[in-house]
Structures are given as C-alpha cells and as structure tokens.
Design a protein around this ligand. Structure first.
Ligand code: C2E
Ligand code: CA
Ligand code: CA
Length: 723
C-alpha cells in the first residue's frame, strides 16, 4: 500500500488504537485522537491524506464536524465510521459529498481488519496528496540479508532456541507458568530477535516447521521439569507447583489451520506425559478474527483436544465482543502497549481495566504482559487481573535458569508471607471470641464437626480458633491448609473424600485422628495479597460441597480476614471483654447481610442493666464495675457462641443472633433471667440485678437497616423497664 497520513477521530480509544495498528501495519503514518479540538488542529497542521471519522460520538455532532471540515476546505479523503445502521451512514455520506467533501466509503462497526485495509487502499490509490513525498521503507521489511535459505540452514544446524518468561498469579505472586519465546543464534549476526525471523518464516512457508521446533524444545524441557519434580534429592520445584504450571506457545495465524501440526503436537504431548491442558496456544487477536467462522471450527477442535487458547495482544486488533464470546478462548492477554503506559496514561488504564472486566465477564483468565514496575503490578492487583508477565517479574530466560529462578522467587515470597503473618500479631495469642464466633457459625452453617481458623507458620499450622478439635497446632508438611494456600486454581480447596485423593490418602490426619475425610478451606489473605492461613471446615465422613456452600465459605473467610486485620483493642470493651459499639457496628452489618443471603431471620436484643446508677451511688464504682462484668459473663454464658454481644453504652448491651427468630430469643431471655436469679441468690450480693430486654427481628427480604432494628429493639426495651 502507498504511504500516507491517516488521522483518526474516534471517542473509543480501543477502536482508535485498533484502526491505528491496522493502518500502521499497512505502512501508513497514523495519528489518533478522541478530542474534536485536537482533531481540527491536526487537520490544519499535520495535513492528513485520509481521515477516519466516527460520526456518532457522545457530546459531539458528527455532521457538524463534517460541515466544519467542508468550511475549512479540507482536501483529505474521508472514511466514515460508526456503529449506527448503514442507511444512516449512507445518508450522512451523501450530505457530506454535497458539501464538497471527498468520501471514500463507509466502515460500519464492527468491522473486519480487511475492510479497513481495503478502504485505505482505495483512499490512497488516486494520487490526491501529490507533491508530498514520503519515502519511508515499509516497517516490516526484513533488515539485513536474512533469507529463507538462511532459515532452513538455521533449522538444520539447530540455531533456533527458546527462552522462557515466567507468568505469575497476580494476587499471590505465585508462579503460574511460562511463555515460550523463540530466538535465533546466528553464527555471524549474533542473536536475532523473533520480530526479524518470524515474519520471514511466515512469508516463506516455514512457519509450521518453526512452530514444531519451538513446541518440541518446550515440551522436552517441560517434561524434564515435571519428571525432576518427582525425583528425590534433586534441587527442584515441589511437585504441587510443577503440576499446576502452564506453558504458553505462540501460534501464528497461518499455522492454525494445520491439522498435521496439531495432530503431531497431540501425540508429542502424550509421549512426554504432558496433558494438553497444560499448554496454552497464543493466537494474536487480528489473526483469530480475520476469518472468525473458520477460526471457530479449528479452535473448537483444539479445545476439544484439551489445549487452552489465549487471545494475544488484545486491544490492538479489532474484535467485537460477539466474536470473542463465540470463540472458545480460555485466556485474554492485554497488549503490552497498554500495560507499559498504564502508570502515565489514564486512557491506557481504562483499556487495561475494561479488557480485564471483559475477560472476567466471559469467564476468561486475564493476563497483563509488559509489567515493568511495582506500581503497575499493584494497579493490576486492584482491578482483579488474574496473571502478570513482564520485566518487573523476570525477563525471558534460558531453560536451565528457570529452576534456580523459581526457587529463589518462592523463597522470597515465603519470607514476605511469614513477615506478613508475624505482623498480624496473632500467632500464639489466646482464643478470642471474635474468631470463635465465626468458626462456630461455620460449624453450624455447614453442619461439620470441625471448623478452624488456621494460620500457616514456617513449619506448623497454628489454630487461632479451633471449633471441634482439641489440638492447637499440627506440622505444616501434613497440613491440608498449607496445601490450600498454595492452590492457585481454586478460591476454595475442596477434598470431598481424602481417602480417594492421592495427595492426602496417606496423610496421618486422614489415617489417624481426627480421621479427616472431607475438607474445604478458603485462604485468608492480608491486604498485600499474602495467604497467611485458611478458614476451613472438616468432616470425618465424605461430603460434597455445592457452589452456594463455596460462596458462603468465601464470605465467612472475608469476615475472618477483617478480624485478622483489625486490632483487638480498638473493638473491645476493656471492662467486660465483649465488643464495644464500634466493634459491634463493624460486624453487625456483615452479620445482617449474611442472614439475608442465607434467607434466615436475624434477631437483635437490646438489653439494659437496671439500676446500675443506684449500685454505683450506694456501693461505689468498683462494685458497679463488678456488676457489669458479672452481667456480661452471664450474657456470654447465655447466648450462643456465634452471636455478637456488645456493650454499646454505660449500662446498655446488645446481642445479634443470625438464623434465630423471636422464639429462640425468648428462650435466651428466659435463660438470662435464670442466670440473674442465681446471681441475686448469692449471699455476697447485697443488691438485686435485673435487666430490661427489647427484641426485634428482621425477616429475610424485609428492607430494614441496622439502625432501624436497633431503634425498634431500644423502644421495646423501654416498655420492659420496671415502671
Ligand atoms: P508476544 O507474543 O507479544 O511476546 C511478548 C514479547 O514481549 C516478548 O518479546 C517479550 O520478551 C516481551 N516482553 C515481555 N515482558 C516485557 C516487558 O515488561 N517490557 C517489554 N518492553 N517487553 C516485554 P520477544 O521475545 O521479542 O517476542 C516478540 C514477538 O515475537 C512475540 O510477541 C511473538 O509475537 C513473536 N514470537 C516469539 N516467539 C514466537 C514463536 O515461537 N512463534 C511465533 N509465531 N511467534 C513468536
Ligand atoms: Ca505471546
Ligand atoms: Ca503479546
């Protein structure tokens, strides 16, 4: 295609970028903007040959822009783009023509790259921008004198090799896998980057041969890694780490149709003992979209063989969501041009965020590549990107460097994790009701005999709360929880029957007491992303765990995480040891929400200790304090451990019960009266303690907030006061 200048006005950054890369690829010089002001400046000063104009932009009238262009005597040829119906666009084009503008054609969105290329060719065919010499060489011309024969020789002499670039799980920083990148060690020219020989291989029909070499090398390396992981006394990665690793290989668009290549790959995988689901085939966005119908066929077949498919360089080609939904991808890779500029550019951040969101809504893993600094990394963590790759983590490395690198990476990560755990200041502290409450709740909601808050320390797991289990710690190497915090593929690790699970069937916790059969554990993370332990439920009989139960465990774990990050002192009433008002409010809203989700009632009791003032006046404040502590003990003995109990004022207490209706609350009230009577009967007590109680219940589906519930219970409590 002839050289020329293309100016794009489009309010959608992604579309602008897409058109820009297609046009640049075709050899044009391109500028793109979303702003009409910038656009007009560029039209006047840069004098583009072709303009691609989005007619329908928010806050701007496309017809007005055309009129303004006509008024300025714009000589550029114009391509009209838009998402509205072609009939509207045609009408607009006619009107523009009547204004004296030179309309090349209409590009209705969504468009295929080929359609844009075609229009650009047309626009540049007639030599209207004459007199403006542009003698740039096409950017994709191969430099040097590399020829297809060189490439043949290189393959013959085994000069091609591969490098591996790690990919990490974004939240935890755990190793997820590697992308395989081809290199050519040329005897005279030295190291040749793929940008110089991949296009050559593609042009000269050697791409399949090259791809085979890459696959063969990567598979041999990967199979060795997996075998070594099982071997004793070899300094390797743990079998668990290696079992979950993936290897990503770039597959050129033209290889996609090669049935022989993938049949070969499938049998090669079988020979190496690598299941196809460990392999991710990366296809560039543009290649996959060029002929979506044919691609759908081929890709579906590949997915059926078990391979994962990734859409590479996403954001640079053009894909309509519809096409993306239809094609069976398992991963979406945000193009590095957006990731590289994420810290400086708000627009780039928007693109990255929307690609990650898009991936999430389609159930695809999102990967950001080109992560070069910690700031980008934390941005990606914030927006919930799944995987990251880039120089900040590691540059592509030789296969032999991978194990040492990964071991070092693991060691660093573990020491950061332990540091984060220590910083919580909870290890080896006494039991606390704020944690016990949640394990009791888990025990009850899941009907399991055991529920634990387990913290995974350097070489033990230590239980901050241990409902239904007497021991306080067990060794790390046999711990299910230590396993669960490493399990990156699942947000909840579920073992339906440990005796049928090769990973656990010989575990002493399974073969001996407590005889674990069923386990479900959800990692507990610090703000920095380190998994410090789990909330887990355990049974001694096999069980299944439904999707709803998973979601519930995740919710409860979030409440445990909150407790871990909260400071005991700030939320506890120092005199009575129960929650203070602040502590109550922070938790009650979560509890009410949880009850709502479970479709269960929540009941609030407002409890006033009568005559505290009189006791203080007659017997002094020390005696008043004793009365308060005694009363608080009675409350804790009366309510269920899973209930929230708080002292919210001088003589005011509240208790919130999840999945308990008014009758349950009435029973509690009776027990409280009995406890008070027993207290008053003591000889050492020279006054009588009494309580006024108001009970308000929130039925599921009732739109009532916590404040309303409190006010209601408070009012009822006053009626309960002795005159
Ligand atoms: P790609 O698939 O997008 O691969 C990622 C490229 O980004 C790699 O360049 C990698 O080294 C680079 N990269 C990774 N992290 C960063 C970062 O933080 N900053 C920056 N600036 N760059 C980063 P590489 O190895 O030069 O590969 C270039 C392209 O060549 C690849 O882009 C891929 O399209 C192609 N390619 C490489 N190997 C093969 C192959 O075996 N087959 C095919 N068909 N294409 C390949
Ligand atoms: Ca790639
Ligand atoms: Ca890429």
């Amino acid at each position: 295609m002839a050289d020329g200048r293309l100016l794009i006005l489009d309010d959608d950054v992604m579309t602008g970028q897409t058109m820009q890369s297609i046009a640049e690829f075709a050899g044009l010089e391109v500028r793109s903007t979303t702003l009409p002001d910038t656009f007009f400046t560029e039209v006047a000063q840069w004098q583009p040959d072709v303009i691609a104009l989005d007619l329908v932009m928010p806050g701007m009238d496309g017809v007005e822009v055309m009129n303004a262009l006509a008024a300025r005597g714009c000589q550029a040829r114009i391509i009209i783009t838009s998402g509205v119906g072609t009939r509207v666009l045609e009408a607009a084009a006619r009107s523009a023509g009547e204004h004296g503008l030179d309309i090349v054609g209409i590009l209705a969105k969504p468009f295929l790259p080929a359609a844009l290329r075609e229009l650009l060719t047309q626009a540049l065919r007639t030599d209207r921008g004459a007199g403006r010499p542009r003698g740039r060489p096409a950017p994709n011309a191969t430099r040097g004198d590399l020829t297809a024969a060189d490439l043949d020789l290189a393959m013959e002499r085994d000069e091609l090799f591969v490098m591996y670039q790690p990919k990490l799980h974004c939240q935890s920083g755990a190793l997820a896998g590697f992308e395989v990148l081809a290199r050519w060690q040329h005897p005279e020219q030295g190291l040749i980057p793929p940008d110089r020989f991949i296009p050559l291989a593609e042009r000269s029909g050697r791409m399949d041969a090259l791809t085979r070499i890459v696959f063969a090398k990567a598979l041999d390396w990967f199979a060795a890694l997996r075998n070594d992981a099982g071997a004793a006394n070899v300094p390797v990665l743990s079998p668990q780490t290696v079992a979950n690793l993936t290897v990503s290989v770039n597959v050129s668009a033209m290889s996609l149709a090669s049935v022989e290549l993938f049949d070969w790959l499938e049998s090669r995988c079988a020979e190496c003992g690598v299941t196809p689901d460990r392999l991710i085939l990366e296809l560039t966005e543009t290649s996959a979209m060029d002929d979506p119908v044919a691609s759908l066929d081929i890709m579906t077949r590949l997915r059926m063989k078990g391979f994962q498919l990734s859409i590479d360089d996403f954001g640079t080609g053009y894909s309509s969501m519809l096409q993306l939904v239809r094609l069976p991808f398992s991963e979406i890779k945000v193009d590095k041009s957006f990731v590289l500029t994420a810290t400086q550019s708000g627009e780039s951040r928007s693109v990255v965020r929307s690609v990650v969101d898009l991936g999430r809504s389609l159930g695809l893993k999102s990967t950001a590549e080109g992560v070069e600094d910690a700031e980008t990394m934390s941005f990606l963590r914030q927006i919930g990107c799944d995987l990251v790759q880039g120089y900040h983590i590691a540059r592509p490395m030789a296969g032999s460097d991978v194990v040492p690198w990964a071991r070092n990476h693991d060691a660093t990560r573990e020491s950061l994790r332990l540091e984060a755990l220590r910083a919580l200041n909870v290890l080896d502290t006494p039991e606390e009701s704020r944690f016990d409450r949640l394990t009791r709740l888990a025990q009850r909601l899941f009907r399991t005999p055991i529920a634990l808050v387990s913290l995974v320390d350097a070489d033990r797991q230590w239980f901050k709360s241990h409902a239904g289990l007497a021991v306080r710690e067990t060794p790390r190497d046999t711990s299910f929880c230590a396993f669960a915090i490493e399990d990156e593929d699942e947000d909840v690790t579920v073992v339906p029957d440990a005796r049928l699970d090769a990973r656990f069937q010989n575990n002493p916790l399974v073969t001996e007491a407590p005889g674990i059969r069923f386990y479900a554990g959800c990692p507990l993370r610090t703000a920095g992303g380190s998994a410090v332990g789990t909330l887990c439920v355990i049974d001694t009989v096999p069980r299944t765990f439904s999707k709803e139960e998973r979601a519930l465990l995740i919710d409860l774990a979030a409440l445990v995480e909150k407790e871990l990050n909260d400071h005991h002192k700030a939320i506890t009433d120092p005199l009575t040891g129960v929650l203070n008002r602040h502590g109550f409010e922070g938790r009650a809203a979560d509890a009410v929400r949880l009850a709502e989700r479970l479709g269960q009632p929540a009941t609030l009791l407002f409890i006033d200790l009568n005559d505290l003032k009189a006791i203080n006046d007659r017997f002094g404040h020390a005696e008043g304090d004793r009365a308060l502590s005694a009363f608080s003990d009675m409350l804790q003995g009366t309510f269920r451990e899973s209930d929230l109990i708080a002292r919210i004022g001088g003589d005011e207490f509240v208790a919130l019960m999840i999945d308990a209706a008014e009758d349950e609350a009435m029973r509690v009230r009776l027990r409280l009266d009995q406890a008070l009577a027993a207290y008053n009967a003591q000889d050492s007590v020279s006054y009588r303690l009494g309580a006024a109680v108001g009970i308000a219940t929130l039925q599921p589906g009732q739109q009532k907030d916590l404040q309303a519930l409190l006010a209601e219970a408070d009012a009822l409590m006053y009626r309960d006061k002795p005159d």
